[in-house]
Ligand binder design. Sequence first.
Ligand code: NIG
Ligand code: FE
Length: 414
Amino acid sequence: MKILFKNIKGLLQTLRAGKNYLKGLEMKKLSQINNAYLLINNGIISDFGEMKSCPEIEVNKIIDSKGKFILPAWCDSHTHIVYSGSREEEFVDRIAGANYEEIAKNGGGILNSAKKLKKTSFGQLYNQSAKRLEEVIKLGTGAIEIKSGYGLELSAEIKMLKVINKLKKNYDASIQSTFLAAHAIPEEYKNKREEYITQIINEWIPLVSEKKLAKYIDVFCEKEYFGIEETRLIIKAGKKHGLIPKIHVNQFNSIGGVPLCTKLGSLTIDHLEVLNEKDLNALKNSDTIAVALPNCSFFLKIPYTPARKIIDNNIPLVLASDYNPGSAPSGNMNFVISLACTKMGMSPEEAINAATINGAHAMGLSKKLGSITKGKKANLIITKSLPSYSMIPYAFGSNLIEDVYIKGKSINNL
Ligand code: NIG
Ligand code: FE
């Protein structure tokens, strides 16, 4: 099946093969071809260039994209979309003055979601999660990482990971799964936390790895959640069993998670709303990449990750949604791009780079996704007719997407 897009106003993020992410200052430039064509063949990008060199070949379909932009679909490298129900009652409590930590202490937060998830059957959990996945695909997401972490007991964690794996089988979007049993200490382990952690290390990680239920290991490294030594032990156990670390650090406090995770070779460290000089230096001297989650800052009214400091220090930055019921009940990557520009001082070029090629790298997928490159998957966003691509962050709240292609298939035709 060959599809030719013609007269594209701007084909964005055209990268050469082998360029797997953009670092700091490189992010200022968004490579593009004006008045372009794009040929896809059986779900793969097979050719592109300026209209004047558009090949005269037989194709199954020609699409005139006059006035429109085509860019790689968003690569959302940090989500928790497998959860049960919602937590809008906590949102209402926060409006009335409570904060995230107080709500968690009073039985809300992650433990509240764990309670709901325990009572939810596999089928119900799958249906709720599939609905969220379909929602974000329509908003332009073509690749997504999904975490466990609302189970907090073996059977419920496995239920979550199996839901993720079933989504992987049933959808063309690229899905990566992460094991996050160390998301919170369950109520019944409050006074024996080492027992919970030992269980994760000695039994759960080996099992999850053996059954190939996850590719990544995550920990919520934060005061009142998991401390530095606990995080170290869990990362080391994960690595021993082939799980790659992607860790929640510095959401509310800097407790040493950044130097620890960079030293242990985390692929990403995510959140970083709080980032001191020591943390910044540790990041600068490592291969770990920073992931900012502006939806969470917006929703919890906490500081935004200091994107300028990170990018200007030549560190690769990623943007992701953190879609979850407590701190970011939205997986809309277009809004993420908008917040990055309006609240974090990123340019539209930097934001688009952070949410495409860099997001793909944050899931270990940049050889297959995240840019317009021959041989990569045809996961594409086709915009409506726009004066410029800066409209995407500018017109926040409007849907500027006309169509999304996942593995070469239009979601409008499904
Ligand atoms: O990334 N910070 C930890 N985990 C999620 C929130 C979890 C929740 O409140 O349910 C986050 O923000
Ligand atoms: Fe998260």
